[in-house]
Design a protein around this ligand. Sequence first.
Ligand code: NAD
Length: 222
Amino acid sequence: MRLHEGVVALVTGAASGIGRASAGQFAREGARAVVVVDIDETGGREVAAEIARSGCEALFLRVDVSDAAAVAALVEHVADRFGRLDCAHNNAGISEPPVPFHELGEASWQRMLALNLSSVFWCMQAEIRQMLRQPLVRGRRGVIVNTSSGAGIVPALGQAHYTAAKHGVLGLTKCAAAEYVSAGIRTNAICPGLTDTRMVREFLAASPPGVAEAVRRTVPGG
Ligand code: NAD
């Protein structure tokens, strides 16, 4: 049996990069349906079409994950359409070019927290509410995986807001993991190292000279 045989999976930020790879992997591992969530309509539709061509049901939904009401409606829609939500990968996120801690503006702080931390909270709340309503399958009601970052563990220099948000994602993950494991909901986070995606390319292109080289030096393989 494949790892995700028959599951209904939802992946946020699935139009690109890590989320796109995750959505495709759910399909390859036997998912019954994959819900591709993103604000990028072109990329999202492309990923959903790719998944549908592989024989797995795919649905693209354009949702801004920082909008709590829209996220609640999203999960309700998935439950109405597919009957349950087995796996959720809360992955959507943004980065910004490095700024010294003391110069970080309020708008930038608020935006980062809304998109990289509150968004994960809204998604988890809606997903947990749905998972608690659904019956156990193979001893489990559901699985949640949040994308944190290496910056969830160590500081990313010039990115106090990103670092704080990603540390926060680990906090939310630990709370939910402890609170709902006995109800059959498993919650984990991943902390990717540097991964060649659109986010990283845009980050390096917008960063001051020398940052790309400094970042590259943090990757042992270059
Ligand atoms: P990416 O830019 O390729 O993908 C991010 C996706 O999120 C995009 O498709 C974007 O449209 C979507 N998105 C952004 N804001 C959204 C919103 N409000 N609502 C819905 N979708 C939204 O970047 P990626 O590198 O694949 O990043 C995915 C996750 O991995 C992020 O949370 C990022 O912080 C994390 N991460 C990335 C790296 C890396 O090196 N690439 C390392 C550690 C953690």
